[in-house]
Design a protein around this ligand. Structure first.
Ligand code: SAM
Length: 204
């Protein structure tokens, strides 16, 4: 991994995903979380300030060391116990059924094998446990989707492996989750980047 991926990109992500518009959606996606929560793609802890008091512990999983550094102030300011629980969402270092709930924001686009990560989230969730997610992904507009496919190779290179064209609800369902809520909307980013999937999915 070069200087750009290691040092520059985590700061760019922290800035671009920390705008007031996106923070408002973080507030919505974290509402209702409770108990022990596992977060894949913890990043720079941008969700930490929004964790409800009902969350007793957050297990953060992310390979990015700089992100953990950027998160330090947010962690210091929350009452929630934040614990780093490994580097790879595709192989979570937690026992089966050890989390009450899970969280993923802007991460299923980037994890190389998102299906494997979702299988792992399912494994560490207790039966009936619910994952909240907020992800950008494939647009239902055929013209936009064509642009997403065209831009994807370049975007993956500059975006640390981030894909523009994954269909998030299909990914979640294919991993065996029961989708119990889904809201699609667009944010103010250019159209190939800004189609959102916010939802909740239950481990059967
Ligand atoms: C676009 S950033 C989003 C960060 C954070 N979830 C947020 O909402 O601000 C994608 C994150 O996925 C992380 N990531 C990449 N591969 C991963 C993996 N295999 N397991 C867990 N996280 C991963 C990256 O390090 C990065 O922090």
């Amino acid at each position: 991994m070069g200087f750009y991926e290691r040092q520059v990109l985590p700061r760019l992500i922290d800035w671009s995903l920390g705008t007031p518009e996106i923070l408002a959606h973080r507030q919505r996606v974290t509402a209702g979380l409770a108990g022990a929560v596992v977060e894949i793609g913890f990043g720079s802890g941008l969700n930490v300030p929004f964790l409800p008091a009902s969350v007793t512990r957050l297990y953060g999983i992310d390979p990015c060391e700089v992100g953990r550094g950027l998160a330090a102030k947010r962690i210091a300011q929350t009452d929630v116990a934040v614990e780093f629980a490994g580097l790879d969402g595709q192989r979570i270092e937690l026992p089966d059924a050890s989390a009450d709930m899970a969280l993923s924001t802007f991460t299923l686009c980037t994890i190389p094998d998102a299906h494997a990560a979702l299988e792992e989230v399912k494994r560490v969730l207790r039966p009936g446990g619910v994952m909240h997610f907020l992800e950008h992904g494939r647009s239902p507009d055929a013209g936009v989707a064509r642009w997403q496919d065209r831009l994807n190779p370049m975007h993956r290179r500059i975006g640390g492996g981030c894909n523009l064209n994954r269909t998030m609800d299909v990914l979640v369902r294919d991993a065996g989750f029961e989708l119990i809520a889904l809201e699609n909307f667009s944010v103010s980013w250019p159209r190939p980047y800004g189609y959102m999937y916010m939802g909740r999915a239950r481990r059967a």
